[in-house]
Ligand binder design. Structure first.
Ligand SMILES: NC(=O)c1ccc[n+]([C@@H]2O[C@H](COP(=O)([O-])OP(=O)(O)OC[C@H]3O[C@@H](n4cnc5c(N)ncnc54)[C@H](OP(=O)(O)O)[C@@H]3O)[C@@H](O)[C@H]2O)c1
Length: 204
């Protein structure tokens, strides 16, 4: 499939593009707000690149991988360009406090807000995939949530290239749990100087 990574110049986007390029099944495009930055990253990784608006057009799946606090503004800016193309949101709403990293909200999730902004179907997942693990480690299970639509279907297909198991964890509302789990992982990483992932037990 043709995968456009919005914010593909960042830590996560670059790692995802690199991994997908290694797997070799998909056509990968990295996007940026700046054409030159996109091109530099694309050349380095051996993929295609362009401005975010450009790479989303004609893609089968858009991965929304900008800095988390820019997710909603970016979704609004790209809404017309994305149209009805399925989207995978990998963002987490977090709050950084003196005690540690905390879930950013009591209700809802970033991904649900993205789904309200776009006309496209939206899935959410891969929050537990540290960029470092995507490149050279064990990422654990790939957890994806979303409605019974093309976004979840394609996101699970993509996730299956990155992990031994891509797991459907239910409707998009569960993005709140996935996003909150990022806070758990970041605290673990800090405490144990690790790049932790998640693996579910008891599955067939
Ligand atoms: N890092 C990880 O290990 C990891 C793991 C799982 C999920 N995630 C999620 O993946 C997403 C990206 O994380 P990251 O660590 O890669 O972030 P990042 O490196 O800080 O930023 C990614 C890209 O976002 C773009 N960006 C920054 N500010 C922006 C703004 N105000 N408006 C629009 N675009 C902006 C930049 O691209 P340009 O300047 O080129 O436009 C940047 O290269 C986040 O939602 C994060 O929660 C990250």
């Amino acid at each position: 499939m043709k995968v456009a990574i919005v914010g593909g110049t960042g830590a996560f986007g670059r790692a995802l593009a690199k991994r997908l390029q290694e797997v070799g099944t998909d056509e990968v495009l990295v996007g940026s707000r700046e054409a030159e930055r996109a091109q530099a990253t694309a050349t380095e990784l051996g993929v295609a690149g362009g401005r975010n608006e450009e790479v989303v057009s004609g893609a089968d799946l858009v991965v929304l991988a900008v800095k988390s606090n820019a997710t909603l503004a970016t979704a609004s800016e790209l809404a017309a360009a994305i149209g009805t193309t399925p989207v995978l949101c990998v963002a987490s709403d977090l709050r950084f406090s003196a005690e540690g990293v905390l879930p950013g909200r009591h209700q809802g999730s970033l991904a649900e807000e993205v789904a309200r902004i776009l006309r496209a179907p939206v899935a959410s997942g891969l929050q537990s995939f540290a960029a470092a693990n995507l490149v050279e480690g064990d990422s654990g299970d790939a957890l994806i949530c979303g409605g019974a639509d093309r976004a979840k279907e394609l996101s699970l297909e993509l996730a299956g290239r990155l992990a031994d198991r891509a797991i459907d964890v239910g409707p998009l509302e569960n993005s709140r749990a996935l996003e909150g789990m990022t806070a758990v992982i970041l605290n673990v990483n800090k405490r144990y100087k690790a790049h932790a992932g998640i693996r579910l037990t008891g599955l067939p």
